[in-house]
Design a binder for this molecule. Structure first.
Ligand SMILES: [Mg+2]
Length: 396
């Protein structure tokens, strides 16, 4: 079998790729909804993969892997890897999880990072009320994540939250020392959310990046009695193109609150320090950023050897990305906690993707399906109306 073409379109704001072959089998991959601009980077790889056998996934990846980097630049390589596994599974007549070594669980736990309701202000009561709505959502999530500190509106909404200024723009980094009032307010909000959830549903908190090491430790110690699932990306993380594992280690080794990072990291080599130094308790690679699902599985196995837990990121990965998360999470070792459940946006995504269970999430779990490949397809007729001008040949 040989690859004949690589195509890319943007559906909603998720870049979607399609790899075609000379045997009529094609594979799909997806990029986070925040990266609508990535199409030229994806298409750059076409000449490197056409003519290769897509079922030799690793050999194809060796041709392109060096071209990726930390978020957002690992996405193109990751989407291609997913599509190759999709083809390999279809060619073998097997779900992708079988090719990754087989599943060790029939249903995978997901956590809520994407089913959101509008906040009514920024008070602790508003955080609690919002958490109660999420707790009541029909998916029955057993873990819910909320943004706080620099991963939220707190620095802008709360007067004198920190000794610094909020920096404008998506790629700017707001960072600084929290005021005592800012720290107390943050902890009050966490306490209110915990009171709303009780001990039935776990609370995870996405916190930065941007906290200083002393503030990260103060926050972690302040919430120790609350048994939160984890504090995510306090120091570095989301879109930060480096890790600073030693700083995380200082915090992690001084608190019983689990510390989490890793969503922006590309490739196993860049997890080496975090894992070998036991710098965090939980890592959260995203299959759409780390370099693909086999890369994520490799890192999970290595983390497991070091007593580090897995909670893969995924909120913006879309419904094809969801399928990839289900396939790989079914195979992860017992350090697996849950992956972050991606939602389709706009809602018509649910009309164009076939193969997902209905409902997708029940009691906080997704049942692993057995369809060959990733097990999801785009319905061509339903999708056509959403193809941007110029991409009419996406299904050819
Ligand atoms: Mg995050």
């Amino acid at each position: 079998m040989k690859i004949t073409d690589l195509k890319c379109t943007v559906l909603g704001s998720n870049p979607v790729i399609r790899i075609t072959t000379d045997e009529g089998i094609s594979g799909l991959g997806e990029v986070e909804a925040s990266k609508h601009y990535l199409k030229p980077h994806i298409m750059f790889y076409k000449d490197f993969i056409v003519g290769e056998d897509p079922t030799d996934v690793e050999r194809v990846m060796m041709r392109i892997r060096k071209g990726g980097s930390f978020k957002p630049w690992g996405s193109s390589v990751s989407a291609i890897e997913m599509a190759l596994w999709d083809i390999a599974g279809k060619a073998a007549g097997l779900p992708v999880y079988k090719l990754l070594g087989g599943k060790i669980r029939d249903k995978v736990r997901v956590y809520n990072g994407g089913v959101r309701y509008p906040m009514d202000g920024n008070s602790p009561d508003a955080y609690a009320a919002n958490m109660e709505r999420m707790k009541a959502s029909p998916e029955g999530f057993t873990i819910i994540k909320q943004g706080i500190a620099f991963h939220s509106g707190m620095p802008s909404a709360f007067p004198d939250y920190f000794y610094g200024e909020v920096q404008p723009g998506r790629f700017a980094r707001t960072s600084g020392v929290l005021t005592e009032r800012g720290l107390k307010y943050t902890v009050d909000c966490v306490q209110a959310m915990k009171d709303a959830l009780g001990d039935e549903v776990g609370l995870a908190l996405d916190c930065g990046p941007g906290l200083t090491v002393p503030d990260a430790l103060k926050l972690a110690k302040a919430v120790e009695p609350l048994n939160v699932m984890w504090l995510e990306d306090m120091i570095t993380g989301d879109y930060v193109p480096y890790v600073l594992a030693d700083l995380y280690r200082d915090v992690t080794q001084s608190t019983s609150t689990p510390i989490h990072t890793g969503e922006q990291i590309y490739l196993r080599q860049n997890f080496k320090d975090l894992i070998e130094k036991r710098a965090v308790d939980v890592i959260g690679p995203d299959p759409c950023d780390i370099g693909g699902i086999a890369e994520l599985k490799w890192v999970a196995e290595y983390a497991d050897l070091h007593g580090i837990l897995m909670a893969p990121h995924g909120v913006l990965d879309g419904l094809i990305g969801l399928a990839a998360l289900v396939q790989v999470s079914a195979t992860l070792p017992q350090n697996y906690i849950a992956f972050e459940y991606p939602v389709g946006n706009p809602k018509w995504w649910y009309d164009i993707v076939e193969g997902l269970p209905d409902p997708i999430v029940e009691d906080g779990f997704i049942t692993v399906w057995d369809t060959p490949g990733m097990g999801v397809e785009l319905n061509e007729e339903a999708t056509r109306q959403y193809l941007p001008e110029g991409d009419e040949d996406f299904f050819d």
